[in-house]
Design a protein around this ligand. Structure first.
Ligand SMILES: C[S@@+](CC[C@H](N)C(=O)[O-])C[C@H]1O[C@@H](n2cnc3c(N)ncnc32)[C@H](O)[C@@H]1O
Length: 290
């Protein structure tokens, strides 16, 4: 059934009517940012740029586009993430395919990309390892910015690796990004200049407080290892010395309040560490060096 579509009296729906009704519905459904979501869904469903929408806000919308928009709004009312509805999201200036098998790339993870780029010269070949590659957003963003470098992405999930592979191909990076199924460092027998790792780090307690977008639609194995959320760091850090090149850096994304614990683990493994803040000032990346 098409609700609030503006199709009454056989007149074409008007864009501004559709947008207003959608914002009200998403607001009532508890979506955190109904205006932003409505704009993204409308641009996708009606296939218009933001400028074209702003230039003619009362333009007519074809019945097909109105129906597509209605389905998208209904999915968002059920708190399906916007990225799953439109098939992807932008991360570090590039488009990444995203589905229910991968973590929806988070803006704060761009801090990890920035930190990696600071370690990598523009035009000398370097090797980058991404542990828990997911959609590939970290490894592929770094390789896109550093054309002489190449890397390996590891994930336990074959479904996630398939998404990463499609993203690598779409970005023209497949030749420089190898992808492999594996359990963290097991089977990795090469040294890397930069090691990136954004593991599942949500604790069991925090998991209870997640929004429906996250807890219903994102893969559990990408979100939480259970317990205090730190088990992946406990597994990876003791093996780092075997895979990090001399002068290299290991960069870990951490959850709020976890940086000290991860710095401590690095210190026990013989690494010096530094904490780097995200744009909100939260210690988001811990950098370990020998
Ligand atoms: C938080 S997500 C990060 C995804 C992506 N790197 C990003 O930053 O958006 C963690 C990823 O680690 C993967 N993972 C979980 N346990 C793993 C394990 N034991 N070995 C390898 N990958 C694992 C999950 O499948 C998931 O893709």
């Amino acid at each position: 059934m098409i609700k609030n579509s503006g199709l009454q009296n056989n007149r074409p729906a008007r864009l501004d009517d559709l947008l207003r009704a959608a914002v009200a519905r998403l607001h009532a459904a508890g979506a955190p940012d109904p205006v932003r979501d409505t704009r993204i869904l409308a641009r996708w469903a009606v296939n218009l740029s933001a400028a074209a929408m702003a230039a003619e806000p009362d333009q007519g919308v074809s019945p097909e586009a109105a129906a597509r928009f209605e389905a998208a709004v209904a999915a968002r009312e059920a708190r399906r993430p916007v990225s799953h509805i439109v098939g992807g999201r932008e991360f570090y200036g590039r488009w990444f395919e995203v589905d229910g098998h991968v973590l929806d790339p988070r803006p704060e993870s761009e801090t990890l990309v920035e930190a990696a780029l600071a370690e990598l010269p523009q035009s000398q070949p370097r090797r980058v390892l991404d542990l828990g590659v997911g959609s590939g957003c970290l490894l592929l963003s770094v390789l896109a910015e550093r054309p002489a470098s190449s890397g390996l992405g590891v994930d336990q999930s074959v479904e996630a690796l398939a998404v990463a592979q499609r993203n690598a191909a779409a970005l023209g990076l497949a030749a420089r990004a190898a992808l492999r199924q594996g359990d963290w460092l097991s089977g990795v027998d090469e040294r890397f200049n930069v090691i990136l790792c954004n593991p599942p780090y949500i604790s069991e307690t925090e998991f209870q407080e997640l929004t429906p977008e996250v807890s219903r639609y994102e893969p559990l194995a990408a979100l939480t290892p259970g317990g205090d959320g730190l088990s992946a760091y406990r597994t990876v850090i003791p093996g780092l010395a075997e895979v990090l090149s001399p002068g290299g850096a290991a960069l870990f994304e951490v959850g709020r309040g976890q940086a000290e614990a991860v710095a401590e683990m690095l210190s026990e493994a013989g690494f010096a560490s530094r904490q780097l803040p995200d744009l909100n000032g939260v210690a988001r990346v811990v950098r370990g060096t020998r």
